[in-house]
Write a protein that binds this ligand. Structure first.
Ligand code: ZN
Length: 414
């Protein structure tokens, strides 16, 4: 008996020891600009393939719901901010690359991360400064006064080091600088959350369309991803760290020439993502994820606690970890809301919350009413909203593991 107790105590010690030596989780996401799924799939991209072999390659989409309230132009900054905030343009309000009036009430991934882990480190690597100053909102009080701990950007403005040649090769050299800075910083300082932005692919796409020059730019991007991946491998070998990487793109290109984007054609909406993570959940398996799903996935991996009011706004669904609900839909019928979802786990109930106004967008609390609690497996509920008459409803479907949301905009109805 005494020996048994000793053995039990020994194993307790061992497991306590394991807990204290748990690996620190860190994440990197890379946006490679303007590459539709059909192109990335046919080219020679050994580094992306290496990462996908360990993890997963998925086709994905941008552009919100085509023809719906969340339809989002397939433009660069719109796409980056959909990734960063896990919302579409109807919420984050970045309609073009001039980034006129982002609605910072919808928090970005860096603000969520710093809110959860004030002492952990973040980094951004980019040709554009706007990604940091306007989208992340570096040191802006409206954006929560957050500040990336490491920032390597603004190279586009450095015409001495990177003289702007007609062929546009300078942008490749800038991306080389961005990738080298990211690889060095990850290797030496290991920021907990990093964003790397690579631009050259889109420049060559605009200039030459589907062409050898454009394809060459994509293969160069793949090599840059390889350098960053090698830095991550170095950290994994030498430190007790568990790293997650996502590589994706912000939009596709037009079918006819490959020179343009911005519209809602299938190829402009058709994107992809590569991640080192495996196994992804059933949502990733059975549905086509959107760019808005990356931030919730990184949050799941890093165990970022997002405040409930923010959680209720996020349009993305995590590809990592347990889920309850996905694919929310709602229709207004004569004073009733016909609400549906897909149950990804049979356990528990969903609470259905409805607000008849959107005061969140002005930074205020929404007035949600709990209108139904039903088993998640029902996958539908009809709720009466006759005593809250409105032209607009926000619906939150709250399951055990996650929350999905949906708007009903009656003015759009014919
Ligand atoms: Zn772009």
């Amino acid at each position: 008996m005494r020996n048994l107790l000793k053995t039990a105590a020994f194993f307790l010690l061992i497991s306590a020891g394991l807990n204290t030596t748990a690996q620190t989780r860190k994440a990197v996401f890379i946006i490679a600009d303007g590459i539709p799924a059909d192109v990335i799939e046919k080219l020679n991209t050994p580094n992306l393939k290496l990462i996908a072999k360990q993890g997963t390659y998925l086709r994905a989409h941008v552009g919100g719901e085509k023809g719906g309230y969340s339809q989002t132009p397939t433009i660069s900054a719109n796409g980056y901010n959909s990734l960063l905030t896990a919302t579409w343009v109807n919420k984050h309000n970045v309609w073009g690359n001039d980034i006129k009036a982002p609605n910072y009430n919808y928090w970005n991934i860096f603000r969520m991360f710093k809110n959860s882990y004030p002492n952990k480190k973040t980094a951004v690597f980019s040709s554009w400064t706007d990604n940091r100053t306007k989208l992340i909102g570096d040191r802006l009080s409206a954006a929560g006064n957050i500040h990336p701990d490491f920032a390597y950007d603004g190279y586009e403005l450095d015409t001495v080091k990177f003289p702007h040649d007609k062929a546009g090769n300078y942008m490749h050299l800038i991306d080389e600088q961005v990738a080298a800075a990211a690889a060095d910083c990850i290797k030496d300082k290991a920021p907990d959350l990093s964003w790397v932005y690579l631009e050259y692919t889109d420049d060559m796409g605009h200039k030459y369309g589907d062409s050898p020059q454009y394809y060459d730019a994509i293969e160069k991007m793949d090599a840059q991803v390889g350098k960053i991946w090698a830095a991550i491998q170095y950290r994994k070998q030498h430190f007790k760290e568990d790293w997650l990487i996502f590589i994706t793109t912000d939009h596709g290109r037009d079918e006819a020439t490959g020179k343009n984007h911005g519209g809602q054609s299938t190829r402009q909406r058709s994107t992809w993502m590569v991640t080192s993570y495996r196994p992804l959940n059933n949502y990733a398996k059975f549905y086509t994820p959107g760019i808005v799903d990356i931030t919730p996935s990184i949050n799941s991996f890093l165990n970022v606690k997002v405040p409930e009011a923010q959680q209720r706004e996020m349009d993305g669904i995590s590809l990592i970890g347990p889920l309850s609900v996905a694919e929310p839909a709602a229709n207004y019928v004569q004073g009733l809301l016909d609400i549906t979802w897909k149950a990804l786990d049979p356990k528990g109930s969903v609470k259905v919350w409805v607000a008849a106004d959107n005061t969140f967008k002005e930074g205020k609390a929404d007035d949600y009413k709990l209108l139904a609690t039903v088993p998640v497996t029902n996958e539908h509920v009809l709720v009466d909203v006759k005593n809250m008459p409105s032209k607009f409803y926000k619906i939150v479907i709250e399951g055990l593991n996650n929350t999905a949301n949906r708007w009903v905009v009656l003015d759009e109805k014919k």
